[in-house]
Design a protein around this ligand. Sequence first.
Ligand code: FE2
Length: 220
Amino acid sequence: MFELRKLPYDINDFGDFLSSETFNFHHGKHHQTYINNLNNLIKGTEFENRDLIHIIKNSNGGIFNNAAQVYNHDFYFDCIKPKLGCGCGGNCESLDEKLKEALEKEFDSLENFKAEFIKGATGVFGSGWFWLVYNTKNQKLEFTSTSNAATPITEDKVPLLVVDVWEHAYYIDHRNARPAYLEKFYAHINWSFVSKAYEWALKEGMNSVSFYANELHSVK
Ligand code: FE2
């Protein structure tokens, strides 16, 4: 049985980026529903008692959709954190030098990286996700977008950063203004988490994705 992950912060600490109401719906209802659906769907199948990444990589239809949405949301909620007092969102302190260099190499500058990230996420059509990934096939950092429940881990890409652009992620606080949500998302990125994901991606490749998921969901 999978359980809903706990959030690593106080849901009242996100100012005008996300309200506690959004967290109560997004984490408490949407994320919980994916967990419940997954548990119900895998009962009595070959996927019962298998780990989350195995299920994502080997299933399709409803089982895949719900398993992938569990992972995508687990990861999204780790990619954000409350803003620090300095107002930079912690970016000045927690973006690891190695990742900073890699981003500058791939995207010319951090300013350009931010501009491309927001442009790409704004342009995702309908419900979906916009990701920074480490592509294990060419050892490069790249952007990718996925629709609905799709996730880059099925293409051997290690997620480093994701933003949820389903309307349920921002409609309560920002209505239809996705770019406003994205600007504030960027200021709340947990760069320390993203940097660690990069470090593990370099060390362990796709295994790092399983380590992450298994830490949140031990198989019971
Ligand atoms: Fe979501």
